[in-house]
Design a protein around this ligand. Structure first.
Ligand SMILES: Nc1ncnc2c1ncn2[C@@H]1O[C@H](COP(=O)(O)OP(=O)(O)O)[C@@H](O)[C@H]1O
Ligand SMILES: [Mg+2]
Length: 477
């Protein structure tokens, strides 16, 4: 953060300074006292379960310089009626001072965090980059990310989530993007939005916020995203596998660990790329990241080199672990919706095809927030497991049961689909049934905590050698 006195902060947010001992804030803002940094601004947020004000002492012990709060804490700070909106105001103000920063905003139904991580990795090669940490893309995460930028920052990469109409408009008022990327319009949160069209209406707000000299980067493979071209004053660049995409991936194939390799084609140039990430859907994410980096002036060759060295940085997204006994665990348990389930299952099937001796096992739990279509979507994923020829399905938890029923109906499966009531039962089943060579995918909405089962399975046997970079060898499928 750029250094600011409490008087300046109070003026910007319309607050009152308390206990000022000539304090300057020069560290990042934070809401969790456990991640305090020296000189930072502790923002006391009143949540559903805890009141941030109660952690003020802990925050100061950990190095906070000041607190942004609604009430007196006995510590130097600024008092406001609403610290969350004050934080947004402060972020907007600070970003206006940082005229050298190029802001990239990205949204989509799935792949935001993966693509954000890829893009941040690529742009780091071109200049000092600050990006959203993990999936911290809401009304708190956004200003906190912006406030980590300083005068040395060249690129600010912001993952933006949208749960309602107007969310992205508000986010873009805090940080107006120069480049806005829309990945896809899927079915995530369709329960809240009502329809895919409503989701598209909400996601398109990000390109409406662009200035005329900005760039809208849109997915050529997704009709609802392509249609957003009509909603922006900025020029449009497209990415994807479609022939007409400005930044294209061609000749996609995956290796025996499910890692995609392809040619990246843009403006008549072609470079081969092999990713270290698992799942063919990352080819599209990589093309999206490349389109943004190219729009910001990076040469294609540097983009390709950087993409190839990217590794998973945010946890629980197709994280591949090898147990010493040869069991491969793919932890994708951070999140799940119908589209990401399909992507992950396809990756598992591809790995299985590349290793004919391996048994593929899908451990799946509930996909949340699907509203009225929940039962149908779970049923469809269960059927897909059978059609993809995955060898074993383990369905965990009552809300996910239609998955098991779908698989049974599709394949008249017997023991190949097993239902267990909870994570303990799942762990026990896996302990009994996993065998060397098995490839096991864990996936569910985060609330199901399937990642814990993955951890337990991994802890049973020590880790083997780390997964090396992809070789890029075609496996002929
Ligand atoms: N382009 C994509 N299409 C479908 N699924 C994807 C795509 N990119 C990532 N995924 C999968 O979606 C899930 C969520 O990925 P993540 O990058 O965290 O997205 P988000 O931040 O949008 O929730 C993961 O299971 C991941 O493997
Ligand atoms: Mg995310």
């Amino acid at each position: 953060m750029i250094p600011m006195s409490l008087a300046e902060i109070a003026q910007v947010v319309g607050g009152t300074v308390v206990h000022d001992c000539a304090v300057t804030v020069d560290g990042p803002a934070f809401v969790d006292s456990r991640v305090a940094e020296r000189g930072g601004l502790f923002v006391a947020v009143v949540g559903e379960r805890v009141d941030g004000h109660d952690f003020t002492e802990a925050a100061f012990e950990a190095g906070a310089a000041a607190v942004l709060a609604t009430r007196e804490t006995g510590r130097p700070g600024v008092l406001v009626a609403d610290p969350v909106s004050a934080l947004a105001t402060l972020a907007r103000h600070v970003l206006r001072q940082l005229s050298g920063v190029r802001v990239v905003a990205l949204t989509g139904s799935q792949g935001k965090t993966s693509t954000k991580d890829l893009l941040a990795h690529v742009l780091t090669e071109a200049g000092r980059t600050v990006a959203t940490l993990g999936s911290f893309n809401n009304e708190l995460g956004l200003p906190l990310t912006v406030l980590r930028a300083d005068r040395a920052t060249e690129y600010l990469v912001l993952e933006m989530g949208a749960r309602h109409i107007g969310d992205l408009r508000a986010s873009c008022e805090v940080a107006r993007p120069h480049v806005a990327l829309v990945l896809n319009v899927g079915k995530a949160h369709v329960g809240e939005f009502g329809s895919q069209e409503a989701i598209a209406a909400a996601k398109g707000e990000i390109v409406e916020a662009l200035p005329e000299d900005g760039v809208a980067v849109l997915n050529a493979d997704d009709p609802l995203v392509v249609a957003m071209a009509a909603r922006t004053a900025a020029p449009v660049r497209t990415f994807g596998s479609a022939q007409e995409a400005d930044v294209r991936y061609e000749h996609l194939r995956v290796d025996d660990l499910g890692r995609p390799a392809f040619d990246l084609v843009a403006a008549g140039e072609r470079v081969p790329v092999t990713l270290g990430l698992v799942g063919e859907h990352h080819a599209g994410n990589a093309a999206a990241a490349a389109a943004v980096a190219l729009a910001l002036g990076m040469p294609l060759a540097s983009v390709a080199t950087a993409l190839a060295s990217a590794a998973t940085v945010s946890r629980g997204r197709m994280e591949v672990h090898q147990r010493a006994d040869g069991v491969t665990v793919i932890d994708d348990a951070y999140n799940a919706n119908p589209d990401s389930m399909r992507a992950a299952l396809k990756a598992l099937a591809a790995i299985g095809r590349g290793r004919p001796d391996a048994r593929t096992v899908a451990v799946l739990g509930e996909m949340r927030e699907l509203g009225a279509s929940s039962q149908e979507e779970h049923d469809a994923v269960g059927r897909l497991v059978v059609r993809l020829d995955i060898n074993q399905l383990l369905v965990v938890g009552e809300p996910a049961k239609p998955l098991h029923l779908g698989a049974c109906l599709e394949g008249s499966w017997g023991e190949e689909s097993v239902f267990v009531a909870d994570n303990e039962a799942a762990t026990a089943w896996l302990r009994e049934h996993l065998a060397p060579g098995d490839v096991v995918l864990f996936k569910a909405s985060n609330a199901a905590q399937l990642g814990r089962v993955a951890e337990a399975v991994l802890a049973d046997v020590a880790a083997g050698p780390a997964t090396g970079p992809a070789t890029g060898e075609e496996i002929g499928r």
